[in-house]
Design a protein around this ligand. Structure first.
Ligand code: 5GP
Length: 173
C-alpha cells in the first residue's frame, strides 16, 4: 500500500511556543490501516539494517518503536526521562528544539554487540537521537540506523550525525 502519510499529520501553528509549527502525528496512530502501514515501513527498514533490538525515546518513541519491534520479533528498550527507571542507569543530556532534557537507559538493557535501530516520531535538531546513540554506545551496542515518521531537514540533524543511517517517511521544509 502506498500511503501519503502527510495527509495524516496535522500541522499546528504556535505549539508549544509561538513561532513553532508542531507536526502532530496522532492521526496516523488513530487510523488502524495507516498506523500499520507506517509501522511496516519502519520495520522493513530496521530489518534491512539487521536490527537485533529497537530503542525508543520517551514518550512518542515508545508508540512508534514498540509495534516495529513486535513486527520483527525483536526486543524493545525504552530510553526514559530521568528517575523513571528503577535499576542502575546510564544518563545522557541533550538540547531539544525547545528546551533541554536527559535520557536514561538501564545499564544492562543492551547486550554488547547488539545491533540497534532507534525509532521515534520526529527528528528535528537530532539532539534526542544524539543522546540515545551516546547511551547505546556506552552500553556496548552498535547503532545501525534510526527511523522516524517525520524529519525536518532544515534543522540539519543528518549533518550533525554523518555516520548514522537515517530513514524517514516524510520531510517538511
Ligand atoms: P530533536 O531532539 O531532534 O530536536 O527533537 C525531536 C524530539 O522532540 C522527538 O522526540 C519528538 O518527539 C519531539 N518533537 C520536536 N518537535 C516536534 C514536532 O513538531 N512534532 C512532534 N510530534 N514531536 C516533536
Amino acid at each position: 500500500m502506498t500511503v501519503d502519510f502527510k495527509k495524516y499529520i496535522a500541522s499546528v501553528q504556535d505549539f508549544p511556543n509561538k513561532g513553532i509549527v508542531f507536526r502532530d502525528i496522532t492521526p496516523i496512530l488513530s487510523d488502524g490501516e495507516i498506523f500499520r502501514a507506517a509501522t511496516h515501513e519502519l520495520a522493513e527498514y530496521a530489518k534491512k539494517r539487521g536490527a537485533d533490538v529497537i530503542v525508543g525515546p520517551e514518550a512518542r518513541g515508545f508508540i512508534v518503536g514498540c509495534p516495529v519491534a513486535t513486527e520483527l520479533g525483536v526486543g524493545f528498550v525504552p530510553a526514559r526521562k530521568p528517575h523513571k527507571l528503577p535499576r542502575e542507569v546510564e544518563r545522557a543530556s541533550y538540547d531539544l528544539e525547545y528546551g533541554s532534557n536527559s535520557l536514561e537507559m538501564h545499564k544492562d538493557a543492551i547486550k554488547p554487540g547488539q545491533k540497534v535501530v532507534i525509532c521515534d516520531d520526529l527528528m528535528a535538531t537530532a539532539g534526542t537521537l544524539h543522546a540515545a546513540i551516546e547511551l547505546i554506545e556506552r552500553l556496548g551496542g552498535e547503532v545501525v540506523g534510526a527511523a522516524f515518521y517525520v524529519e525536518l531537514p532544515d534543522l540539519k540533524g543528518r549533518e550533525k550525525l554523518p555516520n548514522v543511517d537515517i530513514f524517514s517517511l516524510v520531510q517538511y521544509h
